[in-house]
Design a protein around this ligand. Structure first.
Ligand SMILES: Nc1ncnc2c1ncn2[C@@H]1O[C@H](COP(=O)(O)OP(=O)(O)O)[C@@H](O)[C@H]1O
Ligand SMILES: [Mg+2]
Length: 270
């Protein structure tokens, strides 16, 4: 696979990652307090990351950085992603409670900071489940504090995989079916993504294939969660409406939903 350096501007390499993050005095929404900086330094001390290259995106509740892989991570890729959850967002803090309350894997934690750290670990755990389920999703490597280290999903030129909403698919029916298949595999692994949308699916071009990677698993819930079935149906509806709107696909969505609901009930009774 030919690898070309992205045309994206990289920050000067002589600077340490922490200086670079703090560059311009920007400690973004509390991502990097001194305590948090120490946590980040651990990734370097443990040889998991070598340096922080650049900020790739500002998500709804996190900042996403491309980092150079350190020697202790066993993967061919040269670059990884650090997702840094912002710790000062109160709406986020309120909204994440609904996904944790009544998920038997988590007891409710009161401190905002502990909650964000727990949320980050939860995303790590959910990505592990996705990995075992064998779906397209970034492989997670470590979660520490509000930082999650995972695989960087990019194309052959090292450019980041675009969000589904910004990408024109060449075979929408085929991609839609892969997405449905992935939702089924997740349910068989007893997990519901719960925020599937054209933002949280990114398209990796792999030769002539367009692979839909699911990302952003923080809010994913166990099928035991009281509202798991509602979240599952909402995910399917969101994706289906997008494909109908953008690509005019015409499939028997009731049958698709029934099939998935059946798997859900089977798993719940297993
Ligand atoms: N592993 C990854 N590889 C490539 N791009 C990613 C990866 N994780 C996140 N991104 C990019 O960053 C954006 C925000 O990430 P996301 O996990 O959705 O954060 P948030 O929870 O803040 O919305 C994504 O829409 C995607 O474009
Ligand atoms: Mg997102």
């Amino acid at each position: 696979m030919a690898r070309r350096r992205s045309k994206r501007k990289m920050p000067p390499l002589h600077e340490g990652p922490l200086e670079r993050l703090e560059e311009g005095g920007k400690v973004e929404d509390g991502v990097l307090t001194q305590y948090r900086a120490r946590i980040l330094a651990k990734f370097i001390a443990k040889g998991e990351i070598d340096k922080i290259e650049f900020k790739l995106a500002r998500g709804k509740e996190s900042d996403i950085f491309v980092v150079k892989k350190g020697p202790s991570i066993d993967i061919e890729d040269e670059y990884l992603i650090i997702k840094a959850y912002r710790i000062e967002r109160s709406e986020f803090f309120k909204s994440i409670r609904q996904y944790i309350v009544s998920d038997p894997r988590f007891s409710v934690v009161k401190s905002r900071y502990r909650l964000i750290d727990m949320w980050c670990k939860k995303e790590y755990g959910n990505l592990k489940v996705a990995e075992v389920a064998g779906i397209y999703a970034p492989k997670p490597f470590a979660a520490r504090g509000n930082f999650l280290l995972m695989q960087y999903i990019h194309d052959d030129n090292m450019d980041p995989a675009p969000q589904l909403k910004d990408y024109r698919l060449s075979k929408p029916d085929e991609t839609f079916n892969i997405i449905i298949d992935q939702i089924k595999k997740l349910v068989r692994a007893q997990l519901v993504h719960a925020d599937l949308s054209p933002y949280n699916i990114i398209i990796k071009k792999d030769y002539n294939k367009e692979l839909p990677y699911f990302i952003d698993f923080g809010q994913a819930v166990s099928i035991q969660h009281l509202r798991a079935l509602e979240f599952l149906n909402r995910d399917i509806d969101n994706i289906y409406s997008y494909f109908v709107h953008e690509y005019k696909i015409d499939l028997d969505i009731d049958k698709i939903k029934n099939d998935i609901d059946k798997i859900f009930i089977e798993e719940l009774n297993a």
